[in-house]
Design a protein around this ligand. Structure first.
Ligand code: FE
Length: 196
């Protein structure tokens, strides 16, 4: 059985960029619901003893297991999103900065492309910084989809489902994305992922 991972910060820690009220619903209701649904779906099956990563791998692209994939991936994606946010601004270290420069030209160019990709995702989904074949890339995924099942290693993500920003920003996804990129993106976590 899976349990809801606690947030790695206080509910109000991301204010004014993301409110405690948004986190209360996003973590306490949306994320919790994915955990509860997944537990119901895997009860009494082989999946009960598997990790989230294993469940995603076996259920991906299986038409009869869409609900299992969606809920497992959404549990994983949200765990990853909370860790991608840091209450205080962080900066990439020397090695990560070099990789960012190699792939995007500059940190500013990365920031612009990350935001543009978040805006380009039509409807619900996620924008990710990933490692693929030794290079950094920005990708977007729709709904519950996830870079892991496409052979990419996720380093950072922003949730661009409306439930992530609607209470604070209504329809203004760009402002939500800009504020995260400027103030909350957790480069320390990205570096930990890079080395894992
Ligand atoms: Fe979400």
């Amino acid at each position: 059985m899976f349990t809801l991972s606690p947030l790695p910060f206080e509910l109000s820690a991301l204010e004014p960029h993301i409110s405690a009220r948004t986190l209360e619903f996003h973590h306490g209701k949306h994320h919790q619901t994915y955990v509860g649904n997944l537990n119901k779906l895997i009860a009494g099956t082989d999946n009960e003893t598997k990790s989230l990563e294993e469940i995603m791998a076996v259920s991906f692209n299986q038409p009869d297991q869409t609900a299992i994939f969606n809920n497992a991936a959404q549990v994983y994606n949200h765990n990853f999103y909370w860790q991608s946010l840091n209450p205080a601004p962080t900066k990439p270290g020397a090695e990560m900065t070099q990789m960012v420069v190699d792939s995007f030209g500059s940190l500013e160019a990365f920031n612009e492309q990350f935001l543009a990709t978040a805006l380009a995702q039509f409807g619900s989904g996620w924008v990710w910084l990933v490692l693929e074949a030794g290079k950094l890339k920005i990708v977007k995924t729709a709904n519950a989809d996830n870079p892991l099942v496409h052979g990419q290693k996720p380093l950072l993500t922003i949730d661009v489902w409306e439930h992530a920003y609607y209470l604070d920003y209504q329809n203004r996804r760009a402002d939500y994305g800009k504020n995260i990129i400027a103030n909350l993106l957790n480069w320390n976590f990205a570096e930990t992922q890079l080395k894992s």
